[in-house]
Design a protein around this ligand. Structure first.
Ligand code: ZN
Length: 403
């Protein structure tokens, strides 16, 4: 009987020892474990913010989640790399893990146009942009960095588009456009004014003579130049024109119709090439274009159907005014046109109630234009006309587009 009890006791003892050993081994080999919900490496935007996706902690089969301590430096109002550290201890054993959080900015600035996206202005008035503001969640006030593009030519009724764009430091861009409708009765009436314009220069012979005459009569004018040779003489000639108060317009680097009216990009490249030369050589910012052949030309149709319709829009969207003419000196109808014909064409063409934009040429072949100039100026001054150089936002004339 005793022997049997002893046997049972031994078996129980062995079982207890085995259990104790098992528990001891379990304790020895078991570590607390933290499991993160969601990604270990997270990307969140400033707009959505950071929300802890949660975690679980276990020691063997025991839930110790509520013992986890979380230490986070995440600032979801500021772009950066942050970390969230998780640690837990249980029965003097500890475990830790971490999550990395990248806070990124995907939000463009908020661009606001004062007075709305469509505005009306009166014909011949001076256009001033009503302004705008831009506020960014990362960069704050970025109004200063807004880029505007496009012009409003109030001297030619129609619909114009100004585009505005702004980016934050993380490349998020906001864009808006404003439609400006020019119509209504002219706010300002012309007052006996003549704008003399000279195309196709500079030339070695005619341009210096023209400049001399203009200087003598203290008359300002505008030169629509072509791609001059970047010789010191040409640069000096153009610089002295600017110094005399004349303005410089773009006619085009090349004047070759076939080349420039091939496509819109070809035309724009021709303009930009000369624009950059003018800025570099003359430290001057050109603002006005005259299309070779005028905006009404039909010669362009042989190279590209409809190109003038596209170009008049395109150049204005790119920030250039363009002008044709309403008084033709006829000096382009041949070489050596008589001074009498040039003078009478201008006298007959100028009218009190329009902004007279006179087409003339100062290429080498136009010697008679230079010769006629004094008499034209004297006639106009006797008639009470004043002369002006074309200016940014000032009068222009547009022909009807025929292609
Ligand atoms: Zn020309």
């Amino acid at each position: 009987m005793i022997k049997r009890l002893l046997k049972i006791f031994l078996i129980i003892l062995i079982i207890v020892i085995l259990i104790a050993l098992a528990l001891g081994a379990a304790y020895y080999f078991t570590e607390p474990e933290i499991t993160l919900n969601g990604e270990e490496s997270m990307e969140v935007t400033m707009a959505e913010g950071y929300q802890e996706p949660g975690y679980e902690a276990k020691y063997w089969f025991i839930d110790i989640t509520d013992r986890v301590e979380v230490d986070s430096d995440v600032n979801d109002k500021k772009v950066g790399e942050y970390s969230v550290n998780y640690s837990v201890s249980f029965l003097e054993k500890t475990a830790s893990t971490a999550r990395t959080v990248s806070v990124v900015d995907r939000e463009p600035p908020v661009l606001t146009l004062n007075e709305g996206e469509t505005i009306n202005v009166l014909t011949n008035s001076k256009f001033e942009d009503p302004g705008y503001s831009a506020e960014d969640d990362s960069d704050g006030d970025v109004t200063e960095t807004v880029i505007t593009k496009g012009i409003v030519d109030t001297y030619n009724p129609g619909t114009y588009t100004i585009s505005y764009s702004v980016s934050d430091s993380y490349g998020n861009e906001a864009q808006k456009t404003r439609t400006v409708i020019v119509d209504g009765e002219p706010e300002v009436k012309p007052d006996k004014v003549i704008y003399l314009t000279f195309d196709d220069g500079p030339s070695d012979n005619v341009t210096p003579e023209v400049l001399e005459t203009l200087k003598k009569y203290k008359v300002p004018a505008t030169f629509f130049i072509i791609g001059y040779s970047q010789s010191e003489e040409h640069i000096a000639l153009l610089r002295s024109a600017i110094a005399q108060g004349h303005t410089i317009g773009i006619h085009g680097y090349s004047h070759d119709y076939e080349e420039i009216y091939q496509s819109v990009p070809d035309f724009m490249e021709n303009i930009k090439t000369l624009d950059e030369m003018i800025r570099t050589d003359l430290n001057y910012e050109p603002f006005v274009i005259r299309f070779p052949g005028g905006s009404s030309n039909t010669v362009s149709e042989s190279y590209c159907d409809g190109i003038m319709t596209d170009l008049v829009q395109k150049v204005q969207e790119e920030g250039y005014y363009y002008t044709d003419w309403n008084v033709d000196s006829t000096d382009a109808s041949g070489n050596g046109i008589s001074t009498d014909r040039i003078i009478s064409s201008i006298e007959n063409g100028c009218k009190e109630d329009q902004y007279n934009i006179v087409l003339m040429h100062d290429s080498d072949a136009k010697q008679t234009t230079a010769e006629a100039l004094s008499e034209v100026i004297e006639w106009a001054q006797e008639e009470g006309y004043t002369f002006k150089a074309m200016e940014k936002g000032g009068p222009t004339v547009h022909h009807r587009v025929n292609n």
